[in-house]
Design a binder for this molecule. Structure first.
Ligand code: CU
Length: 122
């Protein structure tokens, strides 16, 4: 194989690698329970954050910002679907934010805030 031919083969391989990285893009939040700015009744609250790609659940992070602005890290359920970050916790009424950091399998970290309100039980 000539040198020029070998360089051509290398360029094709390199371009494919770039395209496949772009195709397995970083994690974008596509749906959630509760919804952003949604409300849930007080008690045991289930969270489901659904992404457009698989997530490394062991190296992602969910932090709850409480009404008094204190924060606590929530344990991610690693038995859930591979494109979700799931957790649950007991919550009293008030305004909260679920702060998420999702590590996609392409190694890219994305983050966002999910504000929601816990209402008193009727
Ligand atoms: Cu990415």
């Amino acid at each position: 194989m000539s040198l020029r031919r070998r360089i051509g083969t290398f360029l094709v391989a390199a371009t494919c690698a770039l395209v496949s990285v772009a195709a397995s893009a970083h994690a974008i939040l596509v749906d959630s329970t509760p919804k952003a700015n949604g409300t849930v009744p007080a008690g045991h609250v289930q969270f489901v954050l659904k992404y457009n790609s698989k997530i490394d659940q062991h190296r992602s992070l969910l932090t709850l910002v409480k009404p008094d602005q204190s924060q606590s890290v929530l344990t991610i359920d690693t038995h859930g679907k591979s494109n979700e970050l799931d957790t649950s916790t007991d919550l009293a009424p008030g305004s909260y934010t679920l702060r998420w950091q999702a590590l996609a399998l392409d190694g890219h970290l994305t983050r966002g805030d999910l504000p929601f309100t816990v209402t008193a039980k009727p």
